[in-house]
Write a protein that binds this ligand. Structure first.
Ligand SMILES: NC(=O)c1ccc[n+]([C@@H]2O[C@H](COP(=O)([O-])OP(=O)(O)OC[C@H]3O[C@@H](n4cnc5c(N)ncnc54)[C@H](O)[C@@H]3O)[C@@H](O)[C@H]2O)c1
Length: 430
């Protein structure tokens, strides 16, 4: 069945999901947009040939009108997710909502309750659940390949250039502005994956440590300036030079680094250079106003006694997401970037120690149809959401709002644990 949708918050995330309509016009049609920024409204209107009557200056404006589409894609920023979603739910819209879907427990429960009262469907953009690598591992767990999970060891290494563009110079560098600490804005996916693997078993308590160790003024190289292209005599030797990160890789983080040039179709290198002299992306990484961590470790205990750890580390040379599950009957270990994992079982026979089965998703055909961002997760997420609306058998990855609560609660409690230096008990209700 073909579904109609309105884009709410026409930033780069919502537009990426909306592009599903161009690839699958038989399943989805974008018929409207709501965004306070005129340029973004125009871009969406041009891309989807929108009727001017269906262009709104905010989610609230859209919600004030009679319902005009089957669902909305809400790609606003973290702290806008709940305030923009509540009136849309009351208007009867199902919602595909970006993560983190709330920035504190109070608004999280407000959203859960309102969705429950209205009966609307809300699915969270936990795109990694839809990546073939994690979906295949979850399938192994559901099929009993390793028995009951005793321990999960999850690792997220955020590369030096990703760390700098998002959390040192970028939009998520101050938790008082974006309202999300780095654990939530970056690794709520990984917390979600942990709770997904333990599905049906509630987390009981959490403990966490972390800090910003690297990106501090006292660590700035001697004689460094405040802006790479303005007053820094050591820019040529610096690993975090804005010239090296952005001008030498102009496409890598274009949506962030060149956001001030969004009005230009293809900005020249001169314009980009000029922008770095004033935009946040030209700041010395040791002298910004960031207040988030650059690394954080989280330890979780589940109600069946299982444990899990997440190590989020920013500033690595290579990006990495690794997962190691140990169960009562075996273990699974792999790394997203390789799209390969191994399943091991005890083998006590003479001359043996363990058996090992390697699953290489590059060879199995499981990646068919998976392309684009988040190891293929972005494109599969929207298709799965449309199936969910149609009432089809949900895919193994489909994330309802209730499913997402446990991972978010762990994140909120981990932040509290780190800030207050104590173990925090998790309550799975308001
Ligand atoms: N799923 C993922 O893996 C993933 C990856 C990156 C970012 N994100 C999340 O996606 C979200 C969006 O990120 P982005 O970089 O695309 O943001 P963005 O700032 O580019 O886009 C947000 C848009 O929302 C609009 N907006 C603000 N208030 C509004 C309102 N009241 N009504 C309608 N529109 C409104 C803004 O004008 C802007 O155009 C963030 O929450 C971010 O954390 C998710």
């Amino acid at each position: 069945m073909k579904r109609t949708c309105v884009i709410v918050g026409a930033g780069h995330r919502a537009m990426a999901y909306a592009s599903h309509a161009r690839e699958h016009p038989d399943r989805m049609e974008v018929i409207g947009v709501a965004d306070p920024v005129e340029l973004r409204r125009q871009q969406a209107a041009g891309m989807f040939d929108l009727d001017p009557a269906n262009i709104f200056s905010s989610a609230e404006d859209l919600a004030a009108r009679p319902k005009m589409a089957d669902f909305v894609i809400n790609g606003t920023m973290d702290h806008e997710h709940v305030p923009t979603s509540l009136p849309l739910l009351r208007r009867g819209y199902d919602i595909l909502l970006e993560k983190p879907f709330a920035t504190n427990p109070t608004e999280m429960w407000d959203l859960v309750e309102t969705a429950g009262e209205t009966g609307c469907k809300v699915a969270i953009c936990h795109v990694l659940r839809h990546a073939p690598f994690y979906a295949a591992i979850r399938r192994e767990v559901v099929d009993g390949a390793i028995g009951d999970i005793i321990n999960i060891n999850a690792v997220e290494h955020v590369s030096y250039h990703h760390m700098a563009v998002g959390y040192v110079r970028g939009k998520w560098r101050r938790s008082d502005q974006c309202k999300s600490p780095m654990l939530m804005s970056k690794s709520c996916h990984d917390l979600d994956l942990i709770t997904w693997m333990k599905s049906g078993i509630a987390p009981r308590r959490v403990s966490s440590f972390g800090s910003n160790m690297q990106f501090r003024p006292e660590n700035a190289p001697r004689d460094s300036g405040t802006r790479c292209l303005v007053d820094c005599p050591i820019e040529g030797e610096c690993l975090y030079s804005a010239r090296k990160h952005y001008l030498d890789h102009p496409k890598r983080w274009a949506a962030y680094a060149w956001s001030s040039l969004e009005h230009l179709e293809s900005p020249s290198i001169e314009k980009m250079t000029e922008s770095l002299k004033t935009s946040p992306y030209g700041q010395c990484v040791w002298k910004t106003d960031m207040n988030v961590v650059d690394h954080q470790s989280v330890v979780i205990e589940f109600e069946d006694g299982a444990t899990a750890t997440l190590n989020m580390v920013g500033g690595s040379a290579k990006p990495l997401r690794a997962l190691h599950l140990i169960g009562t009957h075996g273990e699974i270990q792999g790394c997203l970037e390789d799209d390969r994992y191994v399943v091991r079982h005890i083998d006590p026979r003479p001359g043996h120690e363990f058996s090992e089965r390697t699953v290489d998703l590059n060879e199995t055909g499981d990646k068919t149809g998976a392309h684009g961002g988040h190891a293929g997760g972005d494109s599969r997420l929207v298709g799965d959401f449309l199936d969910y609306l149609d009432g089809n058998e949900p895919s193994i990855s489909t994330t309802s709002l209730e499913d997402s609560v446990a991972g978010h609660l762990i994140g909120f409690c981990a932040h509290q644990s780190m800030a207050e230096n104590k173990v925090v008990e998790i309550t799975m209700r308001r």
